[in-house]
Design a protein around this ligand. Structure first.
Ligand code: NAD
Length: 316
């Protein structure tokens, strides 16, 4: 049985990706420091190590015979990255460098990295391709771009793929964290109080990708040979305005409404992906329609809200 390492396995995307690899028959070693992830998210069957990847001695805890690294651990909010940029650097860059060292020392076949569309910064209203200049606006985006740079530097000793994920949403997203994840923040507020506070214009636009589609992208990026050395956008190529998203959420949660107040530091006004490379290398071109994805997420969130965590706390 092939053994792989998945970092951030107690988080939203990492736990879904781990579940898929277990289903495909892989042995999964999972690491997470539980700084934002939760132990109960770690799928049954994962051999779990609770540890902080920014500490170099963690490498001794990881079995040497993993074939691949799927690196999803990190601080995942642009807004939070401004609270403590040094902590963000440790979580997103130092952790990646430590894993690169582990990968080289153990002759790991490949590393797939969770990068972000935040690396691009302010862009025009047009599909953004991977060769677009990167001028990130947040400390988070700077860290993601730096991590990509280290992977490029060591590419000949540790082959890698970087996935620049756009806005991922779906069941399993942390509804108690109102500073991370646009769709989950709006949905959580709609369910908790019926009033959605929108930090920034409703004219902003995003590329929203459902979790099942992201899992498929990770599986293909981790297993297809031709993709090594590439940086790929992981988005749908479909532009959705914040206003449209809000209308859809308010339609799903009766009695909810929204109001605009303030702005999020380092926020991009609008971005969506050029998916040509994604189609070329991973062959993926059709995605879960927003309407369907949101409905599934809202059904899950209603259950979460009612049964498990009755009072999501508002931080803003
Ligand atoms: N969710 C999105 O829309 C999105 C978009 C682009 C990129 N990303 C990136 O994808 C990755 C996963 O995102 P997510 O939404 O699942 O976030 P998440 O916060 O749910 O998961 C990240 C996990 O990493 C763990 N972690 C953080 N620092 C760690 C460290 N030093 N050592 C070990 N574990 C650590 C956290 O406890 C958490 O479980 C992140 O790197 C994020 O930046 C996410």
């Amino acid at each position: 049985m092939e053994k792989i390492l998945i970092t951030g396995v107690a988080g939203f995307i990492g736990s879904h990706v781990a579940r898929r690899f277990l289903q495909e028959g892989y042995e999964v070693i999972g690491i997470d420091d539980l700084s934002s992830g939760k132990r109960e998210n770690v799928p049954q069957g994962v051999q779990f190590i609770q540890s902080d990847l920014a500490r170099p001695n963690v490498l001794k805890l990881i079995p040497a015979d993993c074939s691949r690294i799927l690196h999803l651990a990190g601080q995942s909010s642009g807004e939070i990255s401004f609270d403590d940029p040094v902590a963000d650097l440790e979580k997103n860059v130092v952790s990646t460098l430590n894993l690169i060292r582990y990968g080289i020392e153990n002759h790991i076949e490949r590393m797939v990295y969770a990068s972000s569309m935040s690396v691009y910064g302010a862009v025009a209203d047009a599909p953004i391709a991977e060769n677009h200049p990167c001028v990130p606006l947040s400390c988070y985006g700077v860290g993601k771009h730096a991590a990509e740079g280290y992977l490029r530097v060591y590419q000949n000793r540790l082959p890698s793929v970087a996935l620049r994920m756009f806005n991922v949403y779906g069941p399993g997203q942390d509804l108690s964290n109102l500073r991370q994840g646009m769709v989950s923040i709006y949905l959580a507020q709609a369910l908790a109080t019926g009033k959605i506070e929108v930090k920034g214009s409703t004219e902003r636009f995003r590329d929203l990708i459902y979790i099942d589609d992201i899992v498929e992208i990770w599986f293909r990026a981790a297993t297809r040979p031709a993709v090594l050395g590439q940086i790929l956008n992981a988005g749908t190529g479909i532009k959705t305005t914040v206003g449209e998203l809000l209308e859809r959420i308010c339609g799903l949660i009766p009695g909810s409404s929204y109001y605009v107040q303030g702005a999020t530091p380092g926020d991009q006004s609008g971005i969506y992906a050029d998916t040509e490379k994604l189609i070329k290398y991973l062959g993926l071109s059709s995605f879960t329609p927003l309407e369907k994805g949101l409905e599934k997420f809202a059904n899950w969130a209603r259950q979460w809200s009612a049964d498990i965590h009755p009072n999501p706390s508002r931080t803003s």
